[in-house]
Design a protein around this ligand. Sequence first.
Ligand SMILES: [Zn+2]
Length: 182
Amino acid sequence: MIGGLLKGLIATTMGKENTNSGIQNRAIYSRVSFLYQAAAFLSSSAPKAAPDAKNEEPAAAVLSSTTALAVQGISRRLTTDLRAVSLKTRIRLTPAMKHAICKFCDSVLIEGQSCTSSVENQSRGGRKPWADVLVRKCHTCGRERRYPVNAPKPKRKSERGNLAVETTVNKEREPRKGGHGG
Ligand SMILES: [Zn+2]
């Protein structure tokens, strides 16, 4: 009787584990999401040290600029944590999130506020539309990142692995094992 009950209990718990169709690592995803939102909020709500505001008291201006710096610092700290969580748990950030974080200083990049974007085309006379490159310059560290705009997407490592296996099969060799990384 009790054994049957226990069996049933184990079966249900095991069933629950097996039919866990929800997102894996839900807690980590929500943590990453929270960190990103908090960093973006702090970055966007940091008081601006307006250089042309002459009616403000100098002391107040200094205070607001130090507050702005502190808030920016907290925002960058959160982004650093986000990156650490993503690296440690090997969870891939979405390209949009990745592009919204400065690779060099971990600032949240907000268009027109903490970064400027421009499109440049270094082909002769800009004749090649697929040579458009989006240049995003971070205002915090002054460094630039470039993203191809119209170029075809590079293949993922897993897809490249499959391709390599296919070619070896075509050459009538044994398909290589362990070509699938993480
Ligand atoms: Zn930067």
